[in-house]
Write a protein that binds this ligand. Structure first.
Ligand SMILES: O=C(O)C1=C[C@@H](OP(=O)(O)O)[C@@H](O)[C@H](O)C1
Ligand SMILES: C=C(OP(=O)(O)O)C(=O)O
Length: 442
């Protein structure tokens, strides 16, 4: 799609209904890799069908793993038992952090020759902390263009196991996730991974550990910064669980839960709830703090408007380190809140699909919000009156960032219709987003 394409939404006042969520991106890409590395066949149900999971599937196929898509989002993976049949490959990873980072680590353990690249933005997203971690065990990795960023080239090397591997956790948790999933393949002795400095996005590590356990590898956590990879007991490390159902995507749920608050609801998301392993379900708690009426069950969450008599949400101040993706939804919800909303601990936004702090600030100002941004925070104050809302004739720009497009669909609940440019960027994690959105709003 060219950037001149857009969707026009609203002005909208009501949202109600229910949505069956697409599969979680974070779970889908982890279980694809774990299934590929395991012995045996794994049937994955409700696997996300979107750009990020397609690049992972295609990479695994290029590595010689049989990955077969069936109807109803079911996918059958015939694992390779830890050794990829193809020993040399050039892999395109799009802009999927959950694909390039874990796969880089798994490939560095293979003793083969591989190159991993992505879209232009991927070549601006850091990978140095992971490469530094992998080099500690003898991996040979070089940067093709710019030090610290993809494309990267992995050369055949003898892995030398260390008792302790250190990794920084303050830029992305995906580096630790990648090491956690890859090091069991070569652990001739237990390996202690130590996180240096702060660990951001911690709930994603919990997802990693829980899914590794489903494939038979139990990592001990003696303290919040240390992870002990168990010693290998046979040549095959990961065991297939046979079949596995992927939960609905909790980050994708956030847009619909937000709709239930600003469009009165009831709006129910099906596929994530209290039993979820995804940290982004905590978005529902943040909504509650903003004054929304939230109910939940084991695998559903429902929002029915707000508690406040004036029908508006409350502005909040929140540490968002545990919910970096869903926190973007709060930034646009701030347009419907009394008082300021301040989102703290979001420095990682600057190294994701775009510089999300800058993009969010620029586009929120276009609709009339007062916005202050800092290195690791954003503070938003809604237009004080209806006439304070602006209509950006050029539309809201989305920066090839799926979440910018999905978040700003909520701004159509302001007094004016709104154009969202390049809406097809939602294909990264939620190709049918605007169809689902239009089905529940009026
Ligand atoms: O591990 C994961 O599945 C993810 C971790 C988070 O990234 P960071 O750890 O870089 O914050 C999150 O933003 C991303 O969408 C998915
Ligand atoms: C940061 C995101 O993606 P990635 O997995 O590419 O890091 C995201 O989906 O918001």
């Amino acid at each position: 799609m060219s950037v001149s394409e857009f969707v026009e939404l609203g002005p909208l006042t009501r949202a109600e209904g229910s949505i069956h969520l697409p599969g979680s991106k974070s779970i889908s890409n982890r279980v694809l890799l774990l299934a590929a590395l395991s012995a045996g066949t794994t049937t994955l149900h409700n696997l996300l069908d979107a750009d990020d999971t397609q690049v992972m599937r295609n990479a695994l196929r290029a590595l010689g793993v049989s990955v077969t898509d069936h109807a109803d989002q079911t996918c059958v993976v015939n694992g390779c038992g830890g050794v990829f049949p193809v020993r040399s490959a050039d892999l395109f990873m799009g802009n999927a952090g959950t694909a390039i980072r874990p796969l880089t680590a798994a490939l560095a353990m293979q003793g083969g020759d591989y190159r991993l690249s992505g879209v232009a933005r991927m070549h601006e997203r850091p990978i140095r902390d992971l490469v530094d971690g992998l080099r500690q065990v003898g991996a040979q990795i070089t940067y093709e263009l710019q030090e610290g960023y993809p494309p990267i080239v992995i050369s055949a090397a003898q892995i030398q196991i260390k008792e302790v591997v250190k990794v920084r956790g303050d830029v992305s948790s995906q580096f630790l996730t990648a090491l956690l999933m890859a090091l069991p393949l070569v652990a001739d002795q237990p390996i202690r991974i130590e996180v240096v400095g702060e660990l951001i996005s911690k709930p994603y590590i919990d997802i990693t550990l829980k899914l590794m356990a489903r494939f038979g590898v139990i990592v001990a956590c003696p303290d919040s910064q240390s992870f002990i990879i168990p010693q290998k007991t046979s040549s095959v490390v990961y065991e297939s669980p046979g079949s596995l159902a992927v939960e609905g995507d909790a980050s994708s749920a956030s847009y619909f839960l937000a709709l239930g608050a600003i469009g009165k609801g009831p709006l129910r998301v099906l596929g994530v709830g209290r039993d979820s392993i995804q940290g982004d379900v905590a978005f529902a708690d943040a909504l509650g703090l903003m004054g929304a009426k939230v109910l939940s069950g084991p695998d559903w969450i429902e929002v029915t408007g707000v508690n406040n008599a004036n029908g508006r949400l409350n502005g909040i101040t929140l540490d968002c380190t545990a919910i970096p993706d869903a926190a973007m939804t709060l930034a646009v919800l701030a347009l419907f809140a009394e008082g300021k909303t301040r989102l703290n601990q979001i420095a990682s936004w600057r190294v994701k699909e775009t510089d999300r702090i800058a993009a969010m600030a620029k586009e929120l100002r276009k609709v009339g919000a007062l916005v202050e941004e800092g290195a690791d925070y954003i503070e938003i104050e809604a237009p004080q009156t209806l006439s304070g809302w602006q209509v950006p004739v050029e539309g809201i720009d989305t920066y090839d960032d799926h979440r910018m497009a999905m978040c700003f669909s909520l701004a159509a609940f302001g007094p004016n219709a709104l154009k969202i440019n390049d809406p097809s960027c939602v294909a990264k994690t939620f190709p049918s987003y605007f169809t689902e959105f239009n089905a529940v709003v009026a």
